[in-house]
Design a binder for this molecule. Structure first.
Ligand SMILES: Nc1ncnc2c1ncn2[C@@H]1O[C@H](COP(=O)(O)OP(=O)(O)OP(=O)(O)O)[C@@H](O)[C@H]1O
Ligand SMILES: [Mg+2]
Length: 270
């Protein structure tokens, strides 16, 4: 990359989608979605079941591809339209429910973190683990206050513990953005508390967080921007206080919704 392009990339948003649409099986999952995220910014993407939240994440990971040939459509990471899987891994750390199911195997926690370096599930004979990788995995476990779980097997952990270990796996590459897809599903109060504590610590460390959820309570106080997604379209995008109103949420969920807030958290009930 030449110097001019590189300096341009540094000033660009971390992530920028313009008019991105996705069609699968004849169905439009995303419809002209535009969204950008600057360094250090935290964003919650809130929408009902089936609104296209996970599909949006799959665009970033190249599992789904934007509809080709659409005028003015683009998808850039740090100003670049083209990137390879290796660059992507260093850029985005993703934790999803799908990943947790895949990782529920008798694999020691430390190996789960190390496998993050190889995008595998577990460590195999052909993986060359360097002392630096091991030190980094231990550093991340320590940061997340999970070091005592290092030798435990992944399939013997509670949901909350396993979820936090997967955050650790996503962090080994020191990505610029941590993406959490429905992170708090099935966690009890204590699990939720420990999980949020970790995510808040990561948000405060300077990484950007993209949190995808249908649940307002998942939105930690550090996230001050919310985008509402419905039927594959971005309905609203802006400051949390202005977006999480009864009017907007009633429109989002297509039913009368009331909103409460306390201690930097919001919740809703129908
Ligand atoms: N590969 C696919 N082929 C066909 N339809 C799909 C495909 N992937 C997703 N869909 C459909 O697209 C819609 C959006 O799915 P998506 O998983 O993005 O929703 P979501 O907002 O993440 O929902 P949830 O809150 O339930 O996780 C759903 O109706 C889903 O059935
Ligand atoms: Mg989903």
């Amino acid at each position: 990359m030449d110097k001019k392009t590189e300096s341009c990339s540094k000033n660009s948003p971390l992530l920028e989608l313009r008019n991105v649409s996705v069609v699968k099986g004849g169905k439009k999952l995303l419809d002209s979605v535009s969204l950008s995220l600057n360094a250090g910014e935290h964003l919650a993407i809130l929408g009902p079941n089936g609104s296209g939240k996970s599909s949006l994440i799959k665009i970033f990971t190249k599992e789904y591809h934007p509809l080709a040939g659409k005028a003015e459509s683009s998808l850039k990471l740090m100003g670049k339209e083209h990137w390879n899987v290796f660059e992507l891994r260093k850029f985005l750390g993703i934790v999803s429910g799908d990943l947790q199911q895949t990782c529920a195997r008798p694999i020691p926690v430390l190996d789960v973190l190390l496998s993050g370096f190889f995008s595998s599930i577990g460590v195999y004979y052909n993986h060359k683990i360097t002392p630096e990788m091991r030190a980094r995995a231990l550093e991340v476990l320590d940061f997340l206050e999970l070091i005592q779980l290092s030798d435990r097997l992944m399939n013997e952990l509670s949901s909350g513990e396993a979820r936090r270990v997967l955050i650790g796996r996503a962090l080994v590459h020191d990505p610029k953005i941590l993406v959490l897809d429905e992170p708090a599903n099935s966690l009890d109060l204590k699990g939720l508390y420990s999980f949020r504590k970790n995510v808040r610590k990561i948000a405060a460390s300077g990484k950007s967080i993209i949190l995808v959820t249908h649940n307002l309570e998942d939105i930690i106080p550090e996230i001050d921007r919310v985008a509402l997604i419905k039927a594959g379209k971005i309905l609203k995008d802006g400051p949390k206080e202005a977006i999480l109103t009864q009017k907007n949420l009633s429109e989002l969920f297509s039913l009368p919704v009331r909103v409460g807030k306390a201690g930097g958290y919001f919740w809703a009930w129908a």
